[in-house]
Structure formats: C-alpha cells, structure tokens
Design a protein around this ligand. Structure first.
Ligand code: ATP
Ligand code: MG
Length: 321
C-alpha cells in the first residue's frame, strides 16, 4: 500500500535560481519535508517579475483585453480562470510576446517589452510556455526535442564569442595589456552537456527508454510531460501554462498536474490558465478571474471561490463548480 503513494517529485534548487533536480520515489512524508524546506508561500514581494500596466489587445474591431493591470511576483502561482473567449490565452500570449499589445505596457524582469531595443528572443528564453496542444516537433525524437533549444542557444553564444574574440585578437596585436578572450564551450561540449542533462531528466521521471522514440508513439500525458521538461530545460524564470491538461484523457490528467504541483511547491513562478478548479484552489497563490476583457475578480483562492463579489464571477463559478 505504501508503494502506491510513492511518486516522483521534482525539486527546484533555489540557490541555482531556477535550475531543478528530480528526486525519485519519495513517499508522502518525505515530499512534505521537501515542501517545508521551500514553502510555496515563499513569494518575494520586493520586486515584481512581471508588471502588466493597462494592457489592451484588439483584433480588428474586437477588444479582447481591456486595460489589464497586475503584478506577478517571483514565486507566485497565478491561476487565470474565466469563460471561454474572455482573453486568457491572449493574455499569456502577450506575456510571451506572441501577440503585440495594442496598448499599455509589460515590464518583464525590469525590461519594457515594447522597447525596440529589447531582444524578444532573449526575453523568450526566460519564459517556459506549455500549451494545450503539445509543442513537440514530430520529426524529432524525444531527446532531440529536449535538447534542440539549449544546443541552438549554446551554438549562438559560441558564434558570438568567436566573433568578438576575432576582434579582441586583432586589438591585442596592438595592445600592451592584452584583453582576455571570451570563454565559450565548444560545440561538442554544448551537445554533450545538453544531452547528458536531458538523459538525466528523462531517467529521473522514468521516461529514459523513450529518449530515441518519436512523439507520435507517446501517450498524450507523456507528450505533455516531455513538453514541460523541454520548457524547463531552458531554466526559465517563469512557466506559463495554457490549459495544459484539457486535451488529455482523464486518466492522464493527474500525472501532468502532479508534475506541475511539484514545480509549484518548489518555488517556480507560474501563470496557469486552467479549467481544473480543484487544481486552481490547491496550487494557486492568487486567482485572476477574467471576463469580458477585464480582471473581474482577483484574490486568494478562498477569496475568489468561497466569497466572490462580482456578479460575473458568481455566474461563472455557478456554471463550473
Ligand atoms: N489571432 C486572432 N485573431 C482574431 N481574433 C482572435 C485571435 N486570437 C483570439 N481571438 C479572439 O479573441 C477572443 C479571446 O480569445 P482567447 O483565445 O484569448 O480566449 P480564452 O479566454 O483563452 O478562451 P478559451 O477558454 O476558449 O481558451 C476570442 O473572441 C477569440 O476569437
Ligand atoms: Mg484559451
């Protein structure tokens, strides 16, 4: 019986700011000990990670987001709920620069995303996004899916270092005091590190034997777990989830939610759009209810679910609870 309550847990290592490790086969008591070490209430309110100010988004005549303002602090798990078409996905897509806002601003990690000097690709590296439909390449194996982004990024950094070093070397020919060259890992090292890391992760979630298979041979739940691992492998500062379980068969939902819960309890900042109200109550440190393009209600899960004030919230909760 004891074994049935054993499950794999994911643990973020706070001192490495976002990197994570997996602890296998912990029982509930051990899991609770880990959670005590890094409690989910560990939110740093000194500086918001994301500041959303008066965000507006229209598609032609259709005003989808109408003046959304909210701050998201490191360690928060913000759950976004609301009726279909209320703009939840559009909101997440604006945070990830997949949509250009029509007005207002988003300051991410101190950088205004509307500023043309901000490198959008660099910004996206800080964000892990997981959609309802798995974001895996069908023509790449599981291992390639997990390593493709870190390898690409590593090689990009290597090229940049090589380019700069070329000019440093020329300059050094004329300098008395030589400028040091920029250190960079070789391509072989980059590939090895990304592969070793990916294999370690796959082994620890028990999907090691799936490394060389193609996503089409995986179950929906496995695909979504691999997709989450793929996003985590970039060491993001925040994870955005857009209904990560709504395309899954019911029996696969639990496993994916468990993985997200483990990440949440270990300190990952998250914004999660979900229709799973039980999960929202359990994991959310704050709930935003979006309706008609605005934040109709905002508060702790118990404030929003047990004591809603806005008639729109009451109507929505009546329909879904
Ligand atoms: N690229 C687009 N072009 C035109 N209209 C769009 C576009 N994306 C979204 N919309 C519209 O914006 C509105 C909000 O869509 P969005 O997907 O953000 O809602 P949602 O709250 O995520 O809904 P659901 O719960 O069904 O996922 C909808 O009316 C949708 O049709
Ligand atoms: Mg949506």
């Amino acid at each position: 019986m004891e074994n049935s309550r054993m499950r794999k847990v994911v643990r973020l290592i706070p001192e490495t700011k976002g990197s994570f490790d997996f602890y296998e086969e912990k029982n509930e008591k051990e899991i609770n000990e880990i959670k005590k070490e890094t409690p989910s209430s560990n939110i740093d309110y000194s500086n918001p990670l994301i500041e959303v100010k008066g965000l507006k988004k229209s598609f032609g005549e259709l005003l989808v987001l109408n003046n959304i303002s909210t701050n998201i602090y490191p360690g928060e798990k913000v759950v976004v709920i609301g009726p279909s078409g209320s703009g939840k996905s559009t909101f997440l897509r604006c945070l990830n620069c997949m949509e250009d806002p029509s007005g207002g601003s988003i300051i991410f990690d101190g950088e205004d995303l509307a500023d043309l000097k901000v490198d959008i690709n660099k910004h996206r590296e800080k964000i892990g996004m997981v959609f309802q439909q798995f974001n895996l390449f069908n023509n790449l194996t599981v291992l390639q899916n997990i390593t493709v982004a870190p390898i690409h990024l590593g090689v990009k950094k290597l090229r940049k270092a090589q380019f700069k070093n070329f000019f440093i070397k020329i300059g050094n020919a004329f300098r008395k005091e030589k400028k040091p060259l920029i250190e960079a890992k070789s391509k072989k090292e980059i590939v090895k590190e990304a592969t070793d890391n990916a294999m370690k992760l796959l082994k620890r979630i028990g999907l090691e034997e799936k490394a060389s298979v193609y996503p089409s041979t995986l179950s929906g739940g496995q695909k979504q777990i691999i997709d989450i691992i793929r996003a985590l492998n970039m060491n993001p500062k925040v994870m955005l989830f857009d209904e990560p379980t709504s395309a899954l068969d019911p029996e696969m939902v639990g496993e994916v939610l468990d993985l997200i819960k483990d990440l949440a309890s270990e300190g990952m900042t998250m914004v999660i759009v979900t229709h799973e109200m039980g999960f929202a109550k359990e994991v959310g440190t704050r709930v935003l209810l979006m309706a008609d393009g605005i934040i109709a209600e905002e508060g702790t899960p118990s404030e929003v679910f047990d004591n809603p004030k806005n008639p729109r919230t009451i109507q929505f909760l009546k329909a879904v609870l």
